[in-house]
Design a protein around this ligand. Structure first.
Ligand SMILES: CC(C)(COP(=O)(O)OP(=O)(O)OC[C@H]1O[C@@H](n2cnc3c(N)ncnc32)[C@H](O)[C@@H]1OP(=O)(O)O)[C@@H](O)C(=O)NCCC(=O)NCCS
Length: 264
């Protein structure tokens, strides 16, 4: 997030090999959520419970099953990596919800709560229903279940990100009162083909590792709002799993980058 262009960005050399997956940010101000508190007229099965006492291994198993046919592969998402991502996203297990059928978790919504963009915000870091239980309105029932606990925590809005091609998810979220608020681009490239550009090699800018104390003030100065998932304060939640880099103009840090290898 440099505050002015930084020489030596290597993007142009790999642009043709970088794929661009657009994400939509969907948010619901809690004020528009009143209807969610209405009694659910659908079947009460599966039953809903919060996840505070639920074994994290069970959450990982259901996550893996529910996301097996997802557009982005979750192969390699070990339980450890899932837990790290939940830690980064400030997951509150007491407001997160599991849907249970005959003792088996068949769905979940993992909800983080943190300050974001100046408001206490809930963030849906992952909602999934195993295939046999989709199309029954379970996603909405889980949000219904979470709502009172979110209000008790002072949450002012609820945000999430969704791939634009994930129409079932967009339909489920819209039915639950979420609205599209902005569009993000998410880039991915094969690291093997990345290499420093010629302009980078010739640059006089000093690029070096920094610590969180150097990172924070430059990040706070940014004139744009990263998504909840990439909010600057997330760095503090997983300090041992983030690499921080700064760009220096003379002695002054003018740009920072944060990268978490385990979370890619
Ligand atoms: C997205 C997801 C959580 C929706 O949960 P859900 O409880 O099935 O939601 P709904 O019952 O409201 O159905 C939503 C839409 O799914 C589609 N759908 C209906 N039956 C379905 C089935 N058997 N299988 C797949 N999709 C189905 C329909 O388009 C439906 O919209 P409609 O009711 O307006 O026709 C669920 O499909 C899922 O777990 N998908 C895989 C993981 C995922 O994509 N998570 C979201 C990441 S952002």
């Amino acid at each position: 997030m440099p505050r002015r262009p930084v020489a030596g960005h290597s993007t142009p050399r790999v642009a043709q090999t970088v794929s661009d997956q657009r994400l939509k940010i969907v948010a619901a101000p809690l004020g528009t959520w009143e209807f969610l508190a209405a009694p659910d007229k659908a079947s009460q099965n599966p039953s809903m419970i919060d996840l505070r006492a639920v074994d994290r291994g069970a959450v990982h198993a259901t996550f893996t099953e529910a996301f097996a046919d997802y557009a982005m592969t979750s192969a390699g998402l070990t339980e450890e990596r899932l837990l790290l991502r939940m830690e980064k996203n400030a997951i509150a297990y007491d407001v997160s919800v599991g849907a249970y059928d005959d003792g088996r978790m068949v769905g979940f919504t993992l909800i983080g709560v943190d300050s974001w963009g100046g408001a206490v915000t809930a963030y849906d870091a992952g909602t999934g229903i195993v295939p046999a239980f989709r199309g029954q309105g379970l996603a909405r029932r889980m949000f219904d279940r979470a709502l009172p606990a979110l209000r008790d925590r002072g949450v002012e809005r609820f945000s999430l990100e969704v791939l634009q091609q994930n129409q079932p998810a967009i339909r489920a979220y819209k039915k639950s009162g979420f609205e599209i608020t902005r569009e993000l681009r998410s880039y991915v490239a094969d690291a093997a083909i990345l290499s420093p550009s010629a302009t980078s090699a010739a640059s006089t800018w000093d690029v070096r590792p920094i610590d969180a104390r150097t990172f924070a003030p430059v990040a706070q100065d940014a004139d744009w709002l990263p998504s909840f998932e990439n909010r600057f304060s997330a760095v503090k939640r997983i300090p041992n799993d983030v690499i921080l880099t700064g760009v220096f103009d003379g002695g002054r840090c003018v740009g920072v980058a944060a990268y978490s290898p385990p979370l890619r």
